[in-house]
Design a binder for this molecule. Structure first.
Ligand code: ADP
Length: 302
């Protein structure tokens, strides 16, 4: 299976005409508690898009944790390595969505912050047998690094979604087969201000020069910039009416991982990811917005 190691968060989402300033109180609307967390979103995207997927992570000893875990299990994610940690809350993200569509997100790591390199030793056998390792940066870096090292040593392809953006050690890059940042993450990692196709290509070249095999920079409505040994190209996104881009990147990662582990070419797998994320952005929330493979058109599915 695809093995996702990462975070589970309950998203507390409220929409608002505009975000409040310091000292100001406003009425928002459409409050909802929606399961999220980049790790859980990506695992769920893999499952809904037809992948065989297991997740490793931690939840708190609380109701949010149970809801998060059972939601993943219901859609077919193997959850036996999602463990309950006493004395902490489950991860929570407070998300303000402006009606024009921009998100502001504040995260409490909670149990996600307790994932250790020791946890990774405990799932060494699962990593070795994985079709692909998928990781993000919402759990502590030592755990992410341990997982990447282990997968790389076992010849398991490593997909790193470097989100939220953080400085990373130089030794990491040669162990990353697929790096999937968005524009702001690519900017922080490469030092190149990514704002269009040309600057994205420049950033991707910087990252490949460090030893990353393949770089895919997601460019929102502009699609995705792919840079690998074959060269550089941009695949355009579908034209849709976006209402909430939460989990767009996670859905893309899921589709990409599923496509590649099914044996698709890189570009076809990226197209699968983009077809799925185009649907995701037309719906509200993280996990509720992630589509099933059957929702794609027959050409997109194949
Ligand atoms: P993130 O959510 O991580 O910031 P992006 O915003 O770059 O990631 O979106 C990831 C992918 O989702 C894009 O590459 C694209 O395929 C799709 N996507 C995002 N926004 C839109 C949009 N407005 N219209 C169509 N597709 C979109």
């Amino acid at each position: 299976p695809i093995l996702v190691i990462g975070s589970l968060n309950m998203d507390l989402v409220m929409r608002t005409p505009r975000v409040p300033q310091g000292g100001e109180t406003l009425f928002g609307h459409d409050f909802a508690t929606l399961p999220g967390g980049k790790g859980a979103n990506q695992a769920l995207a893999c499952a809904r898009l037809g992948g065989h997927v297991a997740m490793v992570g931690r939840i708190g000893d609380d109701n949010f944790g149970q809801v998060l875990k059972s939601g993943l299990a219901r859609d077919g994610v193997h959850v036996s390595q999602i463990t309950v940690t006493g004395g902490v809350t489950s991860g929570v993200a407070m998300i303000l969505v402006e009606d024009i569509g921009q998100n502001r997100i504040l995260i409490s790591a909670g149990a996600n912050g307790q994932v250790t390199a020791g946890d990774i030793d405990g799932v060494a056998a699962q990593i070795e047998q994985a079709a692909m390792l998928v990781v993000q940066l919402e759990v502590p870096l030592p755990a992410v690094l341990a997982a990447i090292k282990h997968a790389h040593a076992a010849g398991v392809p490593v997909l790193l979604n470097p989100a939220p953006a953080a400085a990373l050690p130089d030794t990491l890059w040669p162990m990353v087969d697929l790096l999937v940042p968005n524009e702001s993450e690519a900017t922080l990692l490469s030092g190149v201000d990514v704002k269009d196709t040309a600057s994205a290509a420049e950033a991707a070249a910087v990252l490949r020069a460090r030893g990353v095999r393949t770089v895919l920079i997601t460019l929102g409505a502009q699609g995705v910039l792919i840079c690998d040994a074959q060269g550089v190209r941009r695949l355009p996104a579908q034209k849709v009416k976006a209402v909430d881009t939460t989990a767009a990147g996670d859905t893309f990662v899921g589709g990409l991982a599923v496509g590649l582990t099914e044996g698709m070419s890189l570009d076809d797998a990226a197209a699968l990811g983009q077809a799925a994320s185009a649907i995701c952005v037309t719906r509200i929330g993280a996990q509720p917005s992630i589509p099933w493979r059957s929702e794609l058109t027959p050409t997109e599915r194949a």
